[in-house]
Design a protein around this ligand. Structure first.
Ligand code: NAD
Length: 500
């Protein structure tokens, strides 16, 4: 490990501090393997200090009027826009994403901050007058206290921004534990949040992995936990967090299918499938990894293969690069073994990205676009989330068969249908057991006034990310029933439930 590499700081009680950690994890540029920073595995005392500081800050932050909390978010979204390119550059360097894609990652997060700036209207409760004679009932929503978020590597701007702006706008304080693979982007996001005028202690950042997460999962002062990452970790977080009586939302992996009807526009289908399958090197939880060709649309498979074969990955600052490297050599190795497994199990590999070379970057974690046809549900490449630039084609004869295939899959994050037939689209949207459906749109990620609503094994919990569901996740409802009699009448104690 380079001795001069930059040590990433923790953010505790309003200060960026160097950790007392004995263990550091290298952060590398995935196109070169150069160590660009080292991230500490925070000590137990440091995580506990963050929790204590967040708990203390909650006492004053919950009293800050909601329009003032909104103004912090207004200043924050302006700062994020002002620094958009600079954040994207940091993000591109540590994730390998192309510059334009890195800007998209930041932008999707900015949109959530814009939504958080609308918090006054979102915090409104309900009222009913005269629920009994002279009695009114009304409800308020109030923040929970200390909330925490654990985020994955693949969207180091967007996913932290799904969480802390909404939680904090609701009046909570927040502890972020970003991915150890790309902590520099979240660090910059936090610096700008401080500049936006967030009071000391409202947001804290601790770094590390399982050990640090376990402290957050078990500490009684952490009231709610948001997680995004892989399926086994999501299950663990959900089980452990709820066992410790916390509110938990855990977003997990995916296997997203796109159904191609023969009446769809061929060129639209091909363009959309290429971008949605190998864009961001397939490292998106909403990537299309299975294309289901219905009837005659299978005739487009050779043309799709030709288009995919033309796609070239490259370094983040190469304007011609379609996507970047995988996040780590381990991730690359895993994807390559799955591709080999696909070949062994009898899928036909029409485009093989295993020997991908990018000139000038011999050490990058490159995997070229890979396309399998004749894939069946029994194959490992169909069953596992590959999280690489790999598309699997499955062929069926009818829309009903396509729906049955998608519904039999244990994941339910996103899906899409390409068709010119409104009735087919309507049937698909109604019958499909997936939480986010695109009609002639490959990756239907909802904007922040809706919520991100994965289903089945793609999500454990009930209230989803951002939008109105996030407000409910990060708040508690208090219902008040009030009587203000004009004069007191003494009828003695009331011993029964009164009928109206
Ligand atoms: P990951 O599960 O390896 O890590 C996610 C976070 O959990 C990191 O902060 C990591 O430090 C922490 N972590 C890892 N192991 C842990 C353990 N044993 N106990 C506690 N915490 C632990 O995920 P990743 O590789 O960073 O991200 C990719 C995965 O995230 C993919 O499966 C992808 O589909 C999923 N993802 C899902 C969504 C969604 O909205 N459903 C969005 C983005 C990514």
């Amino acid at each position: 490990m380079a001795s001069n590499s930059k040590k990433v700081k923790l953010f505790i009680d309003g200060e960026f501090v160097e950790s007392q950690a004995t263990q550091y994890i290298p952060v590398t540029n995935p196109a070169t393997q150069e160590v660009i920073a080292e991230v500490p595995c925070a000590t137990q005392a440091e995580v506990e200090q963050a929790i204590a500081s967040a708990k203390a800050a909650f006492k004053t932050w919950r009293e800050v009027p909601v329009p003032e909390r909104a103004r912090v978010m207004m200043r924050y979204q302006a700062l994020l826009k002002e620094h958009h390119d600079e954040i994207a550059e940091i993000l591109a360097l540590e994730t390998g994403k192309t510059f334009d894609d890195a800007k998209g990652d930041v932008w999707r997060g900015i949109e959530v901050v814009e939504q958080a700036a609308n918090i006054p209207a979102l915090m409104m409760g309900e009222t009913a007058e005269n629920v009994a004679r002279g009695i009114d009932t009304y409800s308020y929503i109030q923040p929970l206290g200390v909330c925490a978020g654990i985020t994955p590597f693949n969207f180091p701007a967007m996913i932290p921004l799904w969480m802390f702006p909404m939680a904090i706008a609701c009046g909570n304080t927040f502890i972020l534990k970003p991915s150890e693979q790309d902590p520099l982007t979240p660090t910059r996001l936090v610096e700008l949040f401080e500049q936006a005028g967030a009071p000391k202690g409202v947001l804290q950042v601790v770094h590390g992995g399982k050990e640090q997460v376990d402290i957050l999962l078990k500490d009684k002062d952490v009231k709610a936990l948001s997680f995004v990452g892989s399926v086994p970790v999501a299950e663990y977080i959900y089980r452990t967090g709820t066992e410790h009586l916390k509110r938990v939302q855990a977003f997990a992996g995916a296997k997203n299918h796109s159904v191609i009807m023969p009446d769809a526009n061929k060129q639209t289908v091909i363009n959309n499938l290429v971008g949605a399958s190998v864009g961001a090197a397939g490292q998106r939880c909403m990537a299309i990894s299975v294309a289901v060709f219905v009837g005659k649309s299978k005739e487009w498979i050779p043309e799709l293969a030709e288009q995919l074969a033309k796609v070239q990955p490259g370094a983040w600052d190469n304007k011609d690069a379609a996507y970047g490297p995988l996040i780590s050599p381990q991730a690359k190795q895993r994807v390559i073994s799955l591709i080999e497994q696909g070949k062994k199990e009898g899928a036909e590999c029409l485009v093989d990205g295993t020997n991908c070379v990018v000139e000038g970057y011999p050490d990058g974690n490159w995997v070229g676009p890979t396309f399998f046809s004749k894939v069946t549900p029994e194959m490992t490449i169909y069953q596992q989330e590959i999280f690489g630039p790999v598309l699997c084609a499955v062929e069926v004869e009818t829309l009903e068969e396509a729906i049955a295939l998608v519904n039999a899959n244990p994941f339910g994050n996103g899906t899409s249908i390409f068709t010119a037939n409104g009735a087919a689209a309507r049937k698909y949207q109604h019958e499909i057991e997936v939480g986010q459906v695109g009609i002639n749109i490959p990756i239907p990620v909802p904007l922040p006034f809706f919520s991100f609503t994965g289903w089945k094994n793609s999500f454990f919990g009930d209230l989803h990310a951002y939008g109105k569901q996030a407000i409910r996740f990060y708040t508690e409802t208090k219902t008040i029933t009030a009587r203000w009699p004009e004069s007191e009448i003494d009828n003695g104690p009331n011993m029964t439930i009164k009928l109206q």
